[in-house]
Design a protein around this ligand. Structure first.
Ligand code: DX5
Ligand code: ZN
Length: 220
């Protein structure tokens, strides 16, 4: 069953819990949390205090997407503030294996992501060592961008490899997902779909109605 991971980046930060309560009522399991450092990506989002604050009253799976340089420096901090999954970027780690091991040593799940221009063949050797492969379908850094169509081929390729080797690694897609392209990524083989602006700031529907719309497409 495909799960939705709404991206906190597009939520209303002046009344965050209201949006989170709406997700809860809609039985959302995963919350996608984008952390940006202004260096790995040209934007700064939020950090530990926010994650720690929302951890108290919310039991979503905290799917933390780290768009930061050398995340190995902060793995313990993310454990302490409540991350369940820590996704790091291939391009951001000078010692990727060590970073993966460190995340595991704190009992968290490991995700690995890569920018749209990175050669997918560089990711393949890691599929056996990680819990989640996050395919970026926009340049990381900002919400509200358009889906890059060539991501579909990447999803299909990774899906085929995971199935062929019978690996437990999940596939997540992130960036430009809307109700009208959701079916395409599901058909390509994703397990987890990140959606930010289309869920939190949809022109036609409230958060819960938009989640319902997604669920209907998933169940078709
Ligand atoms: C972009 C982030 C995304 C972003 C997605 O760097 O990784 O998670 O919030 O936003 P939408 O769904 O609006 O493209
Ligand atoms: Zn993200």
């Amino acid at each position: 069953m495909v799960e939705i991971a709404p991206s906190l980046l597009s939520a209303n930060f002046s009344n965050l819990q209201k949006d989170l309560d709406e997700l809860k009522k809609s039985n959302i399991k995963y919350l996608h949390i984008d952390v940006m450092d202004g260096k790995f990506v040209p934007n700064i989002s939020f950090g530990f205090p926010i994650i720690k604050a929302i951890r108290k009253d919310n039991d979503f799976v905290f799917d933390t997407h780290l768009m930061i340089e050398e995340p190995i420096r902060y793995i313990e901090n993310f454990k302490k503030c409540g991350s369940d999954i820590v996704t790091i970027h291939y391009e951001a780690c000078s010692n990727l294996d060590e970073t993966i091991e460190k995340i595991k040593s704190f009992g968290m799940k490991v995700g690995l992501s890569f920018k749209p221009k990175t050669d997918i063949n560089k990711i393949i050797p890691y599929l056996e060592k990680i819990d989640l492969c996050l395919i970026m379908s926009v340049e990381p850094g900002f919400g509200g961008q358009s889906f890059m169509e060539d991501s579909l081929e990447k999803i299909k390729k990774i899906r085929a490899l995971i199935d062929e080797k019978n690996l437990s690694c999940l596939i997540e897609v992130d960036g430009g997902i809307k109700d009208f392209n959701l079916k395409k990524v599901i058909d390509a083989g994703v397990d987890l779909v990140v959606s930010g602006s289309d869920i939190f700031s949809n022109n036609e529907n409230s958060i819960s109605r938009q989640v319902e719309k997604y669920k209907k497409i998933i169940n078709e």
